[in-house]
Design a protein around this ligand. Structure first.
Ligand code: SIN
Length: 501
């Protein structure tokens, strides 16, 4: 059978809720917020050397619920000094953590996994509260995030070296794999749990220790996850969490000679800065950056499969993932039919507060995200595109946006050339397969050289497969057996004079 739908990112190749629903959604949210605040995993301080601490100058930053604007908590606004202390703690802890056997580290990780799963409901609620995604999706993220800890608990025991046939008879050649050292992990707001565990799981499995800097927009999930690591018995200093002044924290991580690796998920612009900054101390870097994923639908596609796959690939997390289908490239023979069927499906997506039953589209993370979406839509319309559905703020207000479809999109429009990171599906038209490939390639991330390819499938992320982009979409891989290599040094050992009796 011919390809029905190819999803491609340089990473992947490829209102209906009325105002009357609002008070009950808010009530539910407030109930969730107040019960979460009583939970032992609700932490609002930074974690350094196993101690929960304030910023040294007592400055704080507010954490808001993007659905209502309500202030959920205040967390420390930390900077250079706290980060340096976190690095020292991680460095001290490295001496003993890296010396544990793989089986011992594996047991700690397994216990951490069990505790994350035992606290799944509360973690899911926390994600919805501070990030906005619907509870069902948030609970899915807890499963997804926990799966990295479970996977790397097992993988810890399979970090093999090599024996190399020697070129001289009196020598024996070995290759050992050793932890790189202290890791700085800078994580985004769109997956407040999974992007931490996908980095910290393999790091800890190898024997590395970490300083995590979660997004200031979603620190509570990170802190709760760190609390569960302490409950699992993971020793003080192995995981440290600092948040606040992103550039000061980033600079301190980059300047430190003790930090041997930076792992980052976020924008290409920041990734480039980190890569340049890491040069001074020759640190390793892994970067998960922006994407501009095309989704290609051919004339002979099964319409239902194509609509279902595109819907999942585009509207997951309200379009706020780096592998969301950004450019839906549809062959001319099926273009109108696809647009109509897709529009019917998108029209049914229920928008609202993530705690409301049936809601599948939450708010965007903040006002800047809404502004960006609007700029992209205005740009497309001024250049001849048509809004088939949505195209404006949702009547719910705040940062809610109507799920949107834009047709007649051309490559020169912002919607096609840059990552929109919102619930907007731009549909482009193509005639031949060659043209589709050329259009798919027409992005800064460039060429048909993709880190992930989904065929007939819209969501392909899993802990057992490598995740990552190529060119300006990223460097390195996360998850799977490939993800663990990012935290390992290869050491060659030559034993000489072996024939002496
Ligand atoms: C991301 O958006 O950075 C991650 C998405 C995924 O893991 O599927």
């Amino acid at each position: 059978m011919r390809v029905l739908q190819v999803l491609a990112v340089s990473k992947i190749l490829t209102s209906h809720l009325s105002r009357t629903h609002r008070p009950s959604a808010s009530r539910q949210m407030s109930t969730a917020a107040s019960s979460l605040k009583k939970s032992p995993i609700f932490r609002t301080l930074g974690l350094i050397g196993g101690k929960w601490i304030d910023a040294y100058d007592a400055k704080t930053i507010q954490v808001n619920n993007p659905s209502t604007g309500e202030i959920i908590a205040e967390v420390p606004f930390m900077g250079t000094l706290e980060t340096n202390d976190a690095i020292s703690s991680a460095s001290d802890a490295f001496n003993s953590w890296s010396k544990l056997t793989a089986a011992e580290r594996s047991k700690y990780l397994r216990k951490w996994y069990d505790l994350i799963m035992a606290n799944k409901e509360e973690l899911g609620q926390l994600i919805t509260l501070e990030q906005g995604k619907p509870l069902k999706e948030a609970l899915g993220e807890v499963n997804y995030g926990a799966s990295f800890i479970e996977f790397f608990a097992e993988e810890a025991k399979r970090i093999y070296g090599d024996i190399i046939p020697a070129t001289l008879g009196d020598r024996r050649l070995f290759v050992l794999k050793q932890p790189v050292g202290v890791v700085g992990a800078i994580t985004p707001w769109n997956f407040p749990l999974a992007m931490i565990t996908r980095k910290v799981g393999p790091a800890l499995a190898c024997g590395c220790t970490v300083v995590v800097k979660p997004s200031e927009l979603t620190p509570l999930t990170a802190l709760a996850t760190a609390e569960l690591a302490l409950q699992a018995g993971i020793p003080p200093g192995v995981i440290n969490v600092v948040m606040g002044n992103a550039s000061k924290i980033g600079d301190a991580l980059l300047a430190s000679t003790q930090v041997r690796k930076i792992t980052f998920t976020g924008s290409t612009a920041v990734g480039k800065k980190l890569m340049a900054g890491a040069a001074e101390t020759v640190k390793r870097v892994s970067l998960e950056l922006g994407g501009n994923a095309p989704c290609i639908v051919f004339d002979d596609a099964d319409l239902d499969v194509a609509v279902k796959g595109t819907l999942a690939a585009k509207f997951r997390n309200s379009g706020q993932t780096c592998v969301c289908a950004n450019r839906i490239i549809v062959q001319e023979g099926i273009y109108e039919k696809f647009a109509e069927a897709f529009s019917k499906a998108v029209r049914n997506l229920q928008v609202g507060d993530g705690f409301t039953e049936g809601v599948v589209q939450g708010p965007l993370i903040n006002e800047a995200a809404v502004q960006k979406v609007q700029t992209f839509i205005q740009d497309a319309m001024s250049k001849g595109a048509k809004v088939l559905l949505g195209g404006k703020r949702h009547s719910l207000g705040m940062t809610f946006y109507e799920p949107t479809i834009v047709t007649d999109v051309k490559s020169e429009m912002l919607l096609a050339s840059e990552e929109v990171f919102g619930p907007v599906a731009p549909i482009l038209r193509f005639k031949t397969e060659e043209e589709a490939i050329r259009m798919a390639n027409n992005t800064k991330a460039e060429a048909l050289e993709y880190g992930l390819v989904g065929v007939n499938e819209g969501i392909i992320s899993t802990e057992v497969a490598p995740f990552g982009g190529v060119k300006q979409s990223g460097l390195g891989r996360e998850g799977s057996k490939y993800g663990i290599d990012e935290y390992l040094e290869v050491k060659y050992v030559c034993l000489g004079d072996m024939n002496r009796s």
